[in-house]
Structure formats: C-alpha cells, structure tokens
Design a protein around this ligand. Structure first.
Ligand code: PLP
Length: 400
C-alpha cells in the first residue's frame, strides 16, 4: 500500500492566503455593492518594463528561426549573459560574485523550498518568527526540527542570534516579509559570526533588496566579511522587476562554502546543489532569461526603478498615516510592507474582519506568519496610489 509523507498531516490544511481568499469571497458575495481594496497578497500590480517586454519578444522571435532556436540550455544554471548581468548588478552595490556561483531559477520560492534537498534530516533549522511561510513549511514537510528566533516589538522585529542555542540551518530575510524590518550590516555580521561558530549555513532571502533606499543598509549578506563561508543567498526579480507572473530569480552559493561530510571530507554546497538541480530542474526559458537580462541594463534599471519608486510612495503614505494615527509599525521605508500593531489590543484575525467589514480593506493577519505575528497586521504597498490613498483615508476615519 502506498504510504504518504505523514509530515503533511501535521500542517495547516491551507496555505494562509487560501483562508484569506475564502473570507474575502464570502464577503464579496454577501456585499456585491461594496468594492474591496486589496492590500493583502504581496503581488505586484504594475506591468513589466517596456525594455523587458521587447527583450522577451525578440528572444521569442529567435526561437522561431532555425538558426537561432535554442533547446535545453547546456548548464541548466542560466545563460552566461544573465549571470554576468547579475554579477555586474551586485558590483553596483559593492559585492563581488563569481559567475560560476550564480544559478538562475524560476523564482525564489522554489529554491527556498528545494534547497532543503541538500541537507540531512537531522539538522536543526532556525527560523525567525514571524517569517515567510515557505521556510517553515518546507522543513516541516521533511520532518526536521525547527526552532525559532523571536522577532518582536522589543527588538524592532529583527531577531538576533542567541549564543546559547545551536542551529545548523538558519533562514534570514531582509528586508523582511512580513515585518518590513531590515538588518543593519552589524546585525547581519552577528548572524554570520553565529553561523561560523556553529558551523551552520544561513539561507539569506534578499527578495526585497531593491526596496532598500538607505545606502548604509546591506542589500546582500555578502556585504558582510566571512559570509561567503557560511551563506547561500536567494533573490528574485518578482518584486524588483514585476516578474511574479514571468518567473525568474537566482541563487548564489559561493565556492568558499564547504561543509564536512560524516567521513570528514569537505563538500562544496554549490557542487551538490548543482547535482540536485541537474537531476530535478531543466532551467529557465531562453526568452525569460533575455527579459531578465534586460532588467539589469541601464535602461532596464531606470524603468524598473520607476515602478519601485511608485510602490515606495505608497509605502510612505501608509507609514505617514500610521504615524499620524499613533499606531506602532515597522517597515514602509526600505520595504514594500508595513507591519502594524492592531489597535485596541485586537487580535490579528479580529482586526482583519474589522477592516473588511467596516472599510473593505483587505490586509494579512500577522498570526499567519508565526506566533509573534499575533496582534500584528501586514499591509502591502503594491496597490495603485489612488487605492492606497483611499484605504488610508478610510483607515483615518475609522481609527482617527
Ligand atoms: N521570498 C520572499 C520573502 C517572498 O516574499 C517571496 C514572495 O512573495 C518570495 C521569496 C518568492 O518569490 P518568487 O518565487 O516569486 O521569486
């Protein structure tokens, strides 16, 4: 008889956003006359930059011509033209990467989950709480022991390592989803030190690095000395360049990152990750990689920055509104997320219902991201400016 992976039985039946969608659907059916303003799901709304669309079209044309048609990409790690463009992009904020250390993928979510394949099940996994759900879910599926580092009001939702606790794999995300907090270089250095002492590996998710406007904040963990010996970095064009429906990202595993196998030999994580990908992943389509390459051209950067600035303006408006209302929050400055404390000691699902029922604004209950999210709430800056403005006006009327 077939046996299922029973680790799935210990998981919540639905992914957080499915529960939210159900509540929203029920409300819309009951009140078709009350249009909603959606500030819940972290999906972008602005179209791809024209330079990206042009590059994808041109590459699609090449695929229709015998001489320029391409089948499987040889390495499966991404075409050199894109990996070189990514390495140049990193140079622009002072980080030097070997092209061989970069592997292109179909977005950060797959790699955040799939990277667990290269680690043994006996590892202790440390996740900051609250966190993007994939880190916990993919390790629960593998039956691994998970411990948490608390991100809370007291530490500005920037969990720090506890030297009395041992972990083998550490997930960090900065700028953080859901809290919008950003680690300083000193804070990241403390995590790198902890990882080196514990012979642990950090999986650093920098999916929102492009939202950092403060030049003193690190956009890559490799801005910290020693990080190449202990950290894997995952990034994505989803939020940087509107690729949520186009799908392209990349993972960096430096050649310096080696771990000891049980026989004492040194194993390169990049090598075994390449082996894993070679067996289970056949690469990203040529037209999409050309589109991604276009993001990193000067014109691509100018055009994609426009979209980021637009979202930033929304985030700023949300932050200013909360300041005006005297509501405590993090994020909103170097992040598209605003993470706010539910007023009047409301629970986060209670506040979700309160906003839905009274002002038809949809956000995300903090509890869905971990226990420290209880009593907190996430709003995203990815709507239009007009809708964001309208939502903030409604919020002021409701809570002012
Ligand atoms: N990492 C974080 C922190 C995210 O919030 C998201 C998406 O919302 C992702 C990774 C995954 O992005 P994608 O798979 O679209 O690249």
């Amino acid at each position: 008889m077939v046996k299922i992976n029973e680790n799935f039985l210990s998981m919540e039946k639905n992914y957080l956003f499915i529960d939210i969608a159900k509540k929203v659907k029920a409300f819309t059916e009951a009140h078709p006359d009350k249009p909603l303003i959606r500030m819940g799901i972290g999906d972008v709304t602005l179209p791809l930059a024209p330079v990206v669309v042009e590059a994808i079209k041109k590459a699609a044309d090449e695929m229709g011509v015998k001489e320029t048609f391409r089948g499987y990409e040889d390495s499966g790690a991404g075409y050199d033209f894109l990996r070189e463009a990514i390495a140049d992009y990193y140079k622009s904020f002072g980080v030097s990467l070997n092209i061989a250390d970069i592997r292109v993928n179909d977005g950060a979510k797959s790699d955040c989950g799939n990277i667990t394949d290269i680690f043994g099940d006996g590892n202790t996994v440390l996740v900051t709480d609250p966190a993007y759900p994939v880190y916990v879910d993919s390790n629960v599926m593998a039956g691994r022991k998970i411990i948490y580092a608390d991100s809370n009001e007291a530490n500005g939702f920037a969990a720090m390592p506890d030297s009395s606790v041992h972990a083998d794999i550490i997930y960090l995300c900065s700028p953080n989803n859901p809290t919008g907090s950003v680690y300083t270089k000193e804070q990241l250095a403390a995590w790198v030190d902890y990882a080196l002492i514990n012979e642990a590996v950090i999986i650093f998710d920098s999916a929102y690095e492009a939202f950092i406007s403060d030049a003193s904040l690190p956009r890559s963990i490799y801005a910290v000395p020693g990080a190449k010996k202990c950290a894997i970095e995952m990034c994505s064009l989803s939020k940087t360049a509107g690729f949520t429906g186009t799908r392209c990202g990349y993972t960096v595993i430096p050649e310096e990152l080696t771990v000891k196998a049980s026989d004492g030999s040194d194993v390169s994580l990049a090598q075994i990750w390449g082996r894993r990908q070679g067996s289970k992943f056949n690469g990203v389509s040529y037209p999409i990689q050309r589109g991604a390459e276009a993001v990193f051209t000067p014109e691509g950067q100018r055009q994609t920055r426009e979209a980021i600035d637009y979202y930033r303006k929304n985030a700023r408006l949300m932050a200013d509104t909360l300041t005006e209302l005297g509501i405590n929050f993090t994020g909103g400055i170097n992040s598209p997320y605003v993470w706010l404390k539910c007023p009047n000691n409301m629970g986060s699902w209670e506040f979700f219902d309160y906003l839905l029922d009274n002002i038809q604004v949809v956000g995300t209950p903090g509890e869905g991201f971990g226990k420290n999210g209880a009593g907190w709430f996430r709003l995203t800056a990815f709507n239009t400016y007009e809708n964001t403005e309208e939502a903030m006006n409604r919020l002021k009327k409701l809570l002012g």
